[in-house]
Ligand binder design. Structure first.
Ligand SMILES: [Zn+2]
Length: 204
C-alpha cells in the first residue's frame, strides 16, 4: 500500500523549478521489502570519503553543479506536515543514496508518535530547518554534508549549534534522533567541541 502521497517537485524550497528533480516513490517501489532492510545496509562513508560516495556537487563560479544535482537529488515526502517558518515544505530534498534510509526513519518516527500531528508538533519534528544547501567556501577543502544533500536540520530554534552547555530540546532519547542514529546517521549532538543539536548526517 502506498502510504504517502507524492508532492510535486515545483515550488516549496525553490530548487525544483530550476533542476526538474526526479520524484521518488519509495513505498510503491520498495513495497514490503522496505521493512526487511536493516540499518546495517547503510554503508555511510567516512566524512573524508564523501566526494567518492556522493559525487562532487561543486560547479563553476561558486555554484553547485546542476548536472550533479539532477543525477543525485531526489524528493522524499514526509508522512507528517513539516514547515519552514510559515511555509509548508512538501518534500525533503536528499541524496538518492540516503532516500530509503530517510524514508524508514520518517515512518518509524511517525508510527512512534502515534501518527499524530499534535504529538509531532509538541516534539518539534514539524519544524524543518533545511537539507540540501550548497555553500561554497572559497579555498576550503571540506564542504558541509548539506552540500551533498546528505544532512538534515530539524527544529533549529530549539536546538542551537555552538559550544558549551547549550539549552536544547533533542537528546539521544528523542525518537527522531534515535531512529536516525539506529540507521547509522551521525547526530551533531554527539560532536565533540562544537555541538549541532539540530543536525543529522549520513556519514561517519
Ligand atoms: Zn546542519
Amino acid at each position: 500500500m502506498l502510504r504517502t502521497a507524492f508532492s510535486p517537485a515545483r515550488g516549496g524550497q525553490g530548487w525544483g523549478e530550476e533542476l526538474q528533480l526526479r520524484p521518488i516513490f519509495l513505498r510503491e517501489k520498495m513495497g514490503d521489502r522496505m521493512n526487511e532492510l536493516s540499518a546495517i545496509s547503510n554503508p555511510w562513508p567516512l566524512e573524508k570519503d564523501a566526494f567518492e560516495f556522493y559525487g562532487d556537487p561543486r560547479g563553476n563560479h561558486g555554484a553547485y553543479s546542476a548536472e550533479w544535482a539532477h543525477e543525485n537529488l531526489v524528493h522524499v515526502p514526509c508522512p507528517w506536515q513539516i514547515h519552514m517558518g510559515e511555509a509548508p515544505v512538501p518534500f525533503i530534498l536528499i541524496h538518492r543514496k540516503c532516500a530509503e534510509s530517510l524514508h524508514r526513519v520518517l515512518w518509524k518516527t511517525w508510527d512512534a508518535m502515534g501518527q499524530s500531528q499534535a504529538n509531532i508538533n509538541k516534539a518539534g519534528f514539524g519544524v524543518f530547518s533545511g537539507s540540501f544547501n550548497y555553500r561554497c567556501i572559497r579555498g576550503a577543502t571540506a564542504i558541509s554534508m548539506h552540500a551533498f544533500g546528505a544532512a538534515i536540520d530539524w527544529d533549529a530554534p530549539d536546538n542551537p549549534m555552538g559550544f558549551g552547555n547549550l539549552k536544547h530540546r533533542f537528546s539521544d532519547a528523542t525518537p527522531l534522533i534515535a531512529n536516525f542514529k539506529e540507521e547509522g546517521w551521525r547526530w551533531g549532538g554527539d560532536y565533540h567541541g562544537r555541538h549541532d543539536f539540530m543536525h543529522v548526517e549520513a556519514c561517519r
